[in-house]
Design a protein around this ligand. Structure first.
Ligand code: NAD
Ligand code: MG
Length: 400
């Protein structure tokens, strides 16, 4: 074994960040957390620095710089403090790391993810929104710089593993993404009108951050993952399918031209995907127990209900439309989910806002990063302007 891998974790204080640090701490001889970055939670970031002793710590919110610097100093650490988006991007590209875990939530992760790709890093990509917003550009940047992307999203990590079973191209007949169905699987559309943020983020199988938990409840998460798979595996939409699998043990399936279908199975714990990304092409301990199929007993599958969960259909439409449509879809969804979590709109307003925004801005140009960022900004403004039309009074309770 060579030198230890120096790993930068962008989104260190989040759910993926915690899982990543857990795996890294199991392998002090081969893995080191050299850069830890967070959005605005200084105390949580300093606590992680005390435990993991990185060389650099970054807080994206520039107004929190002094708090981070003083917190590190008071803890007696030599970790260097940085703040702001430019510092994130610079550290992603710097010699401080050879591996970047992109685990910021939302389009806010695009800059550092692109910087890591351009710099040729091994990129452990959890931040699916950056692929939805700028998939062509991100894949081109990674290919141009020989950056090795290992998807961390459990479905795409499963597909990544299944595709390593052969060394030809063009032999994939179909890729099937599995979906848990979220907390509201089996419910009618009408019954979803009064659900609260607390109910929506109570995922039956996975413990995740609030935004992706709501995305799982609307099935937008699976829609974003279709677009993610299209870019990661260079596969057209008509070869992608979604299958609801409530046990969340089969993480996805790949069907080849010879009739073989390969699947990856495991307990629903993101440390497995992260260990694949950190150790590849070797397999390393993740802390996750093996799968006892006898104890689980059965694996069920059903078709997704696109009437109750229109976000899946909207994401298919955006994937087929291409250009800026996925960026518009993603931006409108981020605005809608944030408003829902704040108790400002109801659950069914999420697909309604996304659909309104997609319809209004379907022709936005997409020929450059600037154009995509402009489409993202325009979609956010449009969705914000429509929030009052969907405002709720009474039944919704804010989250936190
Ligand atoms: P989370 O909300 O738990 O954590 C988000 C992290 O991003 C935090 O560290 C936060 O400080 C940081 N952050 C937020 N805004 C930021 C900004 N503007 N600049 C810099 N940092 C910022 O989210 P999560 O569940 O860990 O998800 C992270 C990403 O991974 C998302 O894109 C999600 O879709 C993806 N993902 C997560 C899971 C999971 O199991 N949690 C599974 C698959 C994919
Ligand atoms: Mg997933």
């Amino acid at each position: 074994m060579g030198e230890a891998r120096n790993v930068a974790i962008f989104g260190a204080t989040g759910s993926i960040g915690a899982s990543a640090l857990d795996v890294i701490a199991r392998h002090p001889d081969r893995l080191r957390a050299s850069v830890l970055a967070a959005g605005s939670q200084v105390d949580a970031l300093v606590a992680l620095c005390v435990a993991h002793r990185p060389t650099h710590a970054v807080i994206a919110d520039e107004s929190r710089y002094a708090a981070l610097r003083d917190g590190l100093r008071d803890a007696g650490l030599s970790t260097r403090a940085h703040a702001g988006g430019a510092a994130l991007d610079a550290l992603a590209a710097s010699d401080a790391c050879d591996t970047v875990i992109a685990a910021i939530v939302g389009a806010a992760g695009l800059g550092s993810t692109l910087a890591a790709a351009h710099a040729g890093k091994r990129l452990l990509l959890a931040n699916k929104e950056s692929l939805v917003l700028a998939g062509e550009l991100l894949m081109a940047a990674a290919n141009g710089a020989n950056a090795e992307i290992i998807p961390i999203d459990s479905e795409h990590n499963a597909i990544f593993q299944c595709l390593r079973s052969r060394d030809t191209q063009g032999d994939v007949r179909r890729i099937v993404l599995t979906a848990s169905g979220g907390p509201f699987r089996g419910r009618s559309r009408d019954s979803l009108a009064p659900v609260t943020p607390e109910q929506a983020i109570a995922h039956p199988k996975w413990s995740m951050g609030p935004k992706i938990s709501v995305d799982s409840a609307t099935l937008m998460n699976k829609g974003l993952e279709l677009i993610e798979a299209h870019h990661l595996f260079d596969i057209p939409g008509h070869k992608l399918a979604v299958l609801v699998h409530p046990q969340s043990l089969v993480h996805s399936l790949v069907e080849f031209v010879d009739g073989s279908t390969l699947a990856q199975l495991g307990l629903p714990d993101m440390r497995t995907s992260l260990a694949v990304g950190l150790g590849w092409p070797q397999r390393i301990e993740s802390g996750v127990a093996g799968l006892d199929l006898l104890a689980h007993g059965r694996l069920d599958f059903e078709a997704p209900d696109s009437d109750a969960f229109p976000c899946l259909r909207l994401a298919w439409q955006a994937l087929e439309a291409g250009a800026a449509a996925p960026a518009v879809l993603n931006a409108a969804n981020e605005v809608a989910v944030s408003a829902f979590l704040q108790g400002r709109i109801g659950f069914l307003a999420i697909p309604a806002l996304v659909e309104d925004t997609l319809t209004a801005l379907s022709a936005a140009p997409a020929e450059s990063l600037e154009a995509l960022l402009a489409a993202d900004a325009q979609a956010r403004r449009f969705a914000e302007s429509k929030l009052t039309e969907h405002a709720v009074t009474g039944h919704a309770h804010p989250h936190e």
